[in-house]
Design a binder for this molecule. Structure first.
Ligand SMILES: Cc1cc2nc3c(=O)[nH]c(=O)nc-3n(C[C@H](O)[C@H](O)[C@H](O)COP(=O)(O)OP(=O)(O)OC[C@H]3O[C@@H](n4cnc5c(N)ncnc54)[C@H](O)[C@@H]3O)c2cc1C
Length: 457
């Protein structure tokens, strides 16, 4: 519980206009995209690392919790004040501090929106590859804390693969720097990567150095529609086995396709049961040859329609279906639970079949979106959190879904993190000793457990 003296100190550290405690402010920050509701006691918006350091020293002395928060788009419930205390937001710390074209990196503050960074580095012919579907809203700080991935992950990997260095404020208020601008660095433990995916539990990230790569000179986008989900899955395997590494290889199943059509997001050939959205990039001659081979793979495996974009506007049109998917599924029922089970790519067809079976057996409306190129599935459970009977069936389906994913050598989360959404499953994937080690790490960083307490550990 925050006492009056702490509130006064916080107000004077950030300035009164950045200390928010009106009921509507607290309500706004009481949930994230997972939709739990935990009312913070106050919301503060610091403007510098120094201010954050002072706030953390106070929190550590008075023992109140602090939850860092970017855009609040996470779907695991990790940016809410589960134990009261304060929410710390970063929309004042949203500057791109440097684009270094010699060392091919950028230095940014945590509140920079992913798409703004993409746009800025694009002006220099450079690319920041991690592209979560939430990139027009989500922040680089949130992306680092959850190790976000995206459709380009099949070829380019995830946030962790582009992280060179950090500045962070520890829960005790000390400021540390990890890594730097060099591409190689093996001085001591890799603290930079330890922060990545730590769900805001180890420190407040205040500056981020990310690696950039040259923008590929050419790109081709294909959309293939199948009348059989298995044919689409076999095409994914054929593409992966061919040695072509697509930038993007997304799969959408019939449930989601029907909803996209009803929603007015896009239209598909009649009888569409699955769609693949495929992108390749690189040198123009290679891209052309790869696109032709992929078109062949699709047609040979029964695609009923294949569109190949010839210019950027056409490519944007093909992306329209994928981009409208979340809006379409969210429109059906009061709630949509976005899951994140991830399996080795070869198990993708079997995992999708399991999800279809669970949806029938438990009488649930489940659609599937998948970053198929890296085995990352997003089963979308359209439900109503208030319906106790249905939620009991959702829980049983989730238990089975994660047990199946783990039995295939998969993981609970490919990119969304654990948070409170999946903390009950964590011991199914990690051994007691691994969990104990993680708790030990947390204790070293945060002896009083004030930073994002009650998260996945
Ligand atoms: C429609 C939709 C599509 C999505 N698509 C994708 C996708 O394709 N790929 C993907 O990976 N995710 C996706 N997500 C999930 C989400 O957008 C990502 O996890 C994103 O990285 C969260 O960023 P954020 O700025 O919203 O962070 P928040 O949700 O605000 O916070 C996320 C975590 O980061 C911590 N945090 C935030 N800032 C800091 C900081 N400065 N220091 C320390 N910790 C911090 C928070 O405490 C919390 O634990 C999607 C979400 C939605 C709603």
């Amino acid at each position: 519980m925050l006492d009056d003296h702490s509130k006064e100190r916080l107000r004077s550290i950030v300035g009164p206009q950045w200390f928010l405690d009106e009921p509507e402010d607290l309500a706004t920050y009481s949930y994230d995209a997972f939709l739990p509701e935990f009312m913070p006691e106050t919301v503060i918006v610091p403007g510098s690392t120094q201010e954050i350091s002072e706030i953390m020293k106070l929190a550590n002395e008075k023992i109140f919790s602090v939850v860092p928060r970017g855009a609040g788009t996470n779907i695991s419930g990790t940016a809410v004040a589960r134990k009261g205390g304060i929410i710390m937001a970063f929309h004042r710390m949203n500057k791109i501090l440097e684009v270094d074209t010699d060392d091919m990196c950028a230095v940014v503050q945590p509140g920079v929106v992913n798409a703004d960074l993409q746009r800025e580095v694009g002006k220099y012919g450079l690319m920041y590859p991690p592209d979560p579907a939430s990139m027009f809203v989500s922040t680089i700080g949130g992306n680092v804390a959850l190790n976000a991935g995206g459709p380009r992950g099949a070829k380019y990997g995830v946030t962790r693969d582009y992280l060179l260095g950090l500045e962070a404020v520890l829960p005790t208020g000390e400021i540390i720097r990890t890594g730097g601008k060099t591409l190689k660095n093996v001085t001591g433990y890799d603290l930079t990567r330890l922060f990545c995916g730590s769900e805001g539990t180890l420190g407040i990230i205040t500056e981020i150095i990310v690696r950039l790569i040259p923008l590929p000179p050419a790109k081709a986008t294909l959309q293939a529609v199948f009348s059989d989900l298995d044919d689409a899955a076999k095409t994914v395997s054929a593409i992966v086995a061919s040695g072509i590494v697509p930038t993007t290889l997304e799969l959408i199943d019939k449930v989601v396709l029907d909803l996209i059509q009803d929603y007015g997001g896009a239209e598909f050939a009649s009888g569409a049961e699955a769609l693949l959205l495929i992108e390749v990039d690189g040198e123009p001659s290679t891209v052309k040859a790869q696109a032709e081979r992929i078109e062949g793979f699709c047609k040979d495996r029964g695609a009923i329609q294949v569109d190949v974009a010839t210019d950027p506007a056409d490519a944007e049109r093909l992306w329209q279906a994928r981009r409208s998917a979340f809006g379409a599924v969210a429109s059906l029922r009061p709630n949509c639970i976005v899951e994140d089970a991830t399996v080795p790519v070869r198990n993708l067809p079997a995992m999708i079949r399991k999800i279809v079976e669970l949806s029938e057996r438990y009488r649930l409306k489940i659609g599937v979106l998948a970053h198929a190129g890296d085995g990352n599935l997003h089963p979308l459970i359209m439900t109503d959190l208030q319906d106790k009977d249905e939620m009991a069936r959702v829980d049983k389906a989730l238990d089975e879904m994660y047990e199946t994913a783990l039995s295939m050598g998969g993981t609970l989360s490919g990119e969304h993190g654990i948070g409170i959404a999946k903390d009950r499953f964590i011991s199914k994937e990690l051994s007691p000793r691994a969990i104990e080690l993680m708790k030990g790490i947390k204790k070293v960083f945060d002896p009083n457990n004030i930073l994002n307490p009650g998260s996945f550990l």
